[in-house]
Design a binder for this molecule. Structure first.
Ligand SMILES: NC(=O)c1ccc[n+]([C@@H]2O[C@H](COP(=O)([O-])OP(=O)(O)OC[C@H]3O[C@@H](n4cnc5c(N)ncnc54)[C@H](O)[C@@H]3O)[C@@H](O)[C@H]2O)c1
Length: 271
């Protein structure tokens, strides 16, 4: 169903770890839509992930970068512009990690060293990336920068723990840096707030399977799958959304605006 919406565009896709990764689907869709891309992931992904397989499949350069390191991001942006032969039209930040969640530490007992790392990897990295893009004047006019978020930034989902704060910060960076990028460089910055999705990061959250099923029932269209998220990303990289910026856009089958689902109400009928 390719419409070549990204023909002639160049971009970077972060975070394709394995076939389940949302970024994996986005990378495939970008290339199918005519874009040239560079893939990037944390150096450790070389050992634990399959990013290299995707790079081979898509014939895309792969430049490893730890998003907590300024010099890695500088090297990535320089290397990408060199490999792609010019400035960038789009960037996807699809990166998240919480050590407190991974180690199953209760929210009321969080370790602050771990929290620093969580906020650094999952949120500050977005600012750091945008600062490097800004300083190197690496984005073409009417380009698009996008990050993936989750509704726990607005509403409490207890098992999501400190990632809720990370996503709130991420969305705020999209608004604040989005102002500067829009005003001075005609570049848009948005976040997509995606449904629960069965990936390595998603499945790390406690009670994920039950919550996935709950969200599926609560969403009139059902949970949005990773493929559909990729298509939404394509629309936001395309020229059809050039005036959309500083937004957090829900891609969740209607979950965010549903109060109660009739299927669930049946469980609470009085005798
Ligand atoms: N899966 C879900 O339910 C869901 C829902 C909403 C939003 N999201 C968001 O989507 C994004 C992608 O996650 P996913 O679900 O595809 O899982 P994933 O585990 O496939 O992707 C997370 C990626 O972050 C990368 N990463 C971690 N630390 C890094 C570092 N220091 N430097 C560079 N990269 C690093 C990992 O290598 C991995 O590729 C994340 O921001 C996540 O919070 C996921």
């Amino acid at each position: 169903m390719s419409k070549q919406l990204l023909a002639g565009k160049k971009g970077i896709v972060f975070g394709a770890l394995n076939e389940q990764s949302i970024a994996w689907k986005v990378a495939e869709a970008c290339v199918a839509e005519g874009a040239q891309i560079v893939l990037t992931n944390a150096p450790v992904a070389a050992r634990v992930g399959q990013t290299e397989d995707l790079a081979k499949k898509l014939n895309a350069p792969l430049i490893y970068a730890d998003v907590t390191k300024m010099e890695d991001l500088e090297n990535l942006i320089n290397g990408s512009m060199e490999a792609l032969g010019g400035k960038l039209d789009f960037v996807l930040h699809s990166v998240g990690m919480s050590l407190n969640v991974r180690k199953k530490i209760p929210y009321t007992e969080l370790n602050y060293d771990y929290m620093h790392t969580t906020l650094d990897i999952s949120a500050m990295s977005f600012h750091r990336l945008m600062q490097v893009l800004w300083n190197k004047d690496a984005m073409n006019e009417w380009g698009s920068i996008l990050a993936l978020s989750y509704i726990a930034a607005q509403r409490t989902f207890p098992d999501y723990s400190e990632m809720a704060e990370a996503k709130a910060l991420l969305e705020s960076f999209a608004r604040s840096f989005g102002y500067h990028f829009g005003k001075h460089k005609k570049v848009r910055v948005n976040t997509i707030s995606q449904s629960p999705t069965k990936t390595t990061a998603g499945s790390g959250v406690g009670g994920f399977d039950s919550f996935f099923n709950y969200a599926d029932i609560m969403s009139p269209l059902g949970n949005a799958p990773a493929d559909a998220c990729a298509e939404y990303c394509i629309s936001l990289f395309s020229d059809y959304t050039r005036m959309v910026t500083m937004q957090n856009l829900f891609h969740d089958g209607g979950f965010s605006f549903t109060g109660i689902a009739s299927d669930l109400m049946d469980n609470f009928k009085s005798e």
